[in-house]
Design a protein around this ligand. Structure first.
Ligand code: APR
Ligand code: PHB
Length: 394
């Protein structure tokens, strides 16, 4: 027997993209079903970046999930770039009039789950064999299995919010889909530690031994990263080895304030730039990591996903409220223009701040000259600042 369900928008993926879309549509009275191949506790356990642009904060306010963010988030009006121990502050507030909010993506996800759960809205977790079909028809559907039983959801639209390894992007025919990719020759080793941050603002450091980032989750919890080999194993990195390497890369002046301790989370992530075009096929719309990946330098992954969702929710709301499909028609093109600009910034900051094994001495000099230029030019610093706080939605 197949269980049948009907909704207006079927959302595949219950990460930040899918959850935020569901919430914004719920506020507009649009019915959604959200399904995920994992369950809530697994999704909430994923540790990701923690810097929110103002536009992201606005979207979370519009979704009605910003109370805890305002109570617990840390507003940052600047951050540091460092090269071989020399620090240059990017004064976000002075250069752009804006700041960013430091608040973990894990917390954003929790807040979104709490809101949807409190409203009693429909989720299907632990689903298998998800297949979006009839994408070109005006009644597309999503088939899946759960606990050994078959289900089919018919809907008006499918939102593919199922991340980089999801099924939605793969449902677009190969002769329509184009992908663009760059894989970086290193990874990030990250730790969480219950110690106050080494500095009250973030520090992105390029050192001859590789990149390091000092970030935080609160005034008592730090999130630190170092560039590592893509093939490194966690077992290669004891806490002791991490601290020694991290302190070296920050330089002695900064490291003098470093409080070390036992890490309670440690993971290695690869770095990738990736874009899929188009982000619409028939009545399937892609958003977030399903369509694009940025390397974490600059913390744009979540912010970019939220910008997609803001535009997609507006387009769907215009369809249901005003009967206007103009924004749905423009979605892919509008979103991709912004996506590419954010890809450019994430790639540029990654290229500036890491040690690339293939770099010649000339390229190393170019990196250093670029840093010296940024440190001496307000215009160059401002270009970084306006990207860091977030480009306009359109
Ligand atoms: N069927 C159902 N759900 C799926 C499937 C599938 N076949 N494949 C993947 N999913 C689910 C995953 O389990 C995950 O919960 O889709 C969700 C995708 O979530 P994310 O990977 O977090 O993607 P997105 O919501 O776009 O995230 C945007 O958050 O996760 C970060 O790096 C990401 O910062 C970016 C931002
Ligand atoms: C983080 O706090 O995890 C973080 C912050 C900034 C980045 C990336 C990650 O650019």
């Amino acid at each position: 027997m197949t269980h049948t369900h009907k909704t207006q928008v079927c959302i595949i993926g219950s990460g930040p993209s899918g959850l935020l879309l569901a919430q914004l549509l719920a506020q507009a009275g649009i019915d959604t079903i959200v399904l995920d191949r994992q369950d809530r506790s697994y999704i909430e356990g994923r540790i990701r970046a923690g810097v929110l642009e103002q536009g992201t904060v606005t979207a979370l306010e519009e979704a009605g999930v910003a109370d805890r963010l305002h109570a617990e988030g840390l507003s940052h009006s600047g951050f540091d770039l460092a090269f071989d121990g020399t620090r240059h502050r990017i004064d976000l507030a002075g250069l752009t009039g804006k700041s960013v909010m430091v608040y973990g993506q894990t917390e954003v996800t929790k807040d979104l789950f709490d809101a949807r759960t409190a409203q009693g809205q429909t989720f299907f977790f632990n689903v298998e064999d998800v297949v979006p079909t009839d994408l070109k028809s005006d009644q597309p559907s999503v088939r899946f299995r759960q606990n050994g039983e078959d289900h089919v959801i018919t809907c008006d639209y499918i939102a593919g919010c199922d991340g980089f390894r999801g099924v939605s992007r793969a449902a677009i025919p190969a002769d329509v889909l184009r992908t663009f990719e760059r894989v970086y020759p290193f990874g990030w080793l990250g730790i969480l530690v219950e110690k106050p941050p080494v500095s009250d603002e973030l520090i992105y450091a390029n050192h001859a031994r590789g990149f390091a980032l000092a970030s935080m989750r609160s005034e008592t919890r730090s999130r630190y990263y170092i560039q590592c080999d893509v093939d490194d194993k966690l077992a290669d990195w004891s806490d002791g080895r991490f601290w020694e390497e991290f302190a070296t890369r920050l330089g002695p002046d900064t490291a003098a304030n470093l409080q070390t301790g036992a890490s309670f989370e440690k993971s290695i992530a690869p770095l990738r730039s990736f874009v899929a075009e188009p982000m619409r096929y028939g009545n399937l719309f892609l958003a977030g990591d399903a369509a694009h990946i940025v390397p974490p330098t600059g913390a744009k992954g979540l912010n970019l996903a939220v910008a997609d969702i803001r535009l997609l929710s507006r387009a769907l709301i215009a369809h249901y409220r005003e009967g206007s499909d103009h924004h749905l028609g423009a979605y892919s093109e509008t979103v991709l223009r912004r996506v590419w600009k954010v890809e450019r910034f994430s790639w540029q900051l990654s290229t500036l701040m890491h040690q690339f094994p293939e770099n010649s001495p000339f390229e190393k000099k170019m990196q250093r000259a670029e840093f010296d230029y940024i440190a001496s030019s307000e215009a160059a610093s401002k270009a970084i600042a306006e990207n860091y706080v977030g480009l306009p939605l359109e």
